[in-house]
Design a protein around this ligand. Structure first.
Ligand SMILES: C[S@@+](CC[C@H](N)C(=O)[O-])C[C@H]1O[C@@H](n2cnc3c(N)ncnc32)[C@H](O)[C@@H]1O
Length: 274
């Protein structure tokens, strides 16, 4: 295990400490999860980091019974409401995690895993990466059996391989759409996939058919994320970058026009080709 998360700890932004660009990008992933899970649920959050997903939903009109599972003892101890977090490895400690979920939540409706395959373990070998994905999904399926299913926010491995700078970072590894579909078949679930930020996928696995597909989900997630109390201080340049990464160039341009001059603003202006 590398010290991937140790190196991120000096950041004052909690989202940066667990590897995200900022809390607005983190919030979009949380909105994607909320969209699938709904406001009332019992949730096990694998690879929960600082349990910010539960902090995020607590600030909305959402009532979840929540259990976070985190590999890093340091992150688990500093997590939001640490009494709702257990320090465990979702690959090695499946039985004790299942026991903790039973004891604390009774039944589990949904399992979530937001960026959870990023652990500092080198995932550049396909064999290691696929074994990790299979282990994560096997546990998610086991915990949510009798409930609804599981949601992953995961790196899109095909998109990653098209970006040599990202692909060279051993800690980054995800799954291809084919691998996610194969895992779903193996575990008797149905999966729906939505691309996010050009290099990620939101994968919703359901034990039974159903679930509604609404149009333009990414626009809705970004709009919701930016109307959450966390985004109250989002500057025009933060909003512009978020819309750009979500693929909405026009909205990105209109926020950029309101942004103060800065290096980030110049970078985005270049990316937008003006
Ligand atoms: C990118 S961070 C995301 C944290 C959190 N889900 C969020 O979105 O704020 C991924 C987290 O998964 C945890 N993790 C990775 N592999 C794990 C494993 N095998 N068992 C438990 N946690 C793991 C890491 O320690 C890290 O905190």
């Amino acid at each position: 295990m590398s010290d991937y998360y140790g190196e991120l700890q000096p950041h004052h932004d909690r989202a940066r400490q667990v590897g995200w660009r900022d809390r607005y990008h983190q919030a979009v992933r949380f909105e994607a999860v909320l969209d699938a899970v709904g406001p009332v649920s019992s949730v096990v959050d694998l690879g929960c980091g600082l349990a910010d997903l539960s902090r995020y939903v607590d600030a909305r009109d959402v009532s979840w019974r929540y259990l976070g599972v985190e590999l890093s003892a340091d992150l688990a101890a500093r997590a939001y409401k640490p009494e709702r977090v257990v320090c465990a490895d979702y690959l090695r400690d499946a039985s004790s995690i299942a026991e903790a979920a039973r004891a604390r939540l009774g039944s589990v409706e949904w399992v979530t895993a937001v960026g959870a395959m990023v652990s500092g373990v080198d995932l550049r070998s396909d064999r290691t990466r696929r074994a990790h994905l299979a282990g994560l999904c096997r546990l998610a399926a086991r915990l949510s059996r009798g409930g609804k299913g599981w949601v992953l926010s995961i790196i899109d491995q095909q998109a990653l391989l098209r970006r040599p700078m990202l692909a060279a970072e051993g800690a980054l590894g995800g799954a291809t759409t084919h691998e996610l579909e194969a895992v779903a078949r193996l575990l008797g679930a149905e999966v729906s996939l939505t691309p996010l930020f050009g290099v990620e996928l939101i994968a919703v696995f359901r034990h039974q058919q159903g679930g509604t597909t609404r149009s333009d989900p990414v626009r809705r997630w970004v709009t919701q994320a930016l109307s959450h109390p966390w985004a109250i201080d989002a500057a025009p340049i933060d909003r512009a970058w978020l819309w750009y990464r979500a693929g909405d160039v026009e909205t990105a341009r209109s926020w950029l026009e309101r942004a103060d001059p800065s290096a980030r603003a110049r970078l985005l202006a270049d990316a937008l080709g003006r």
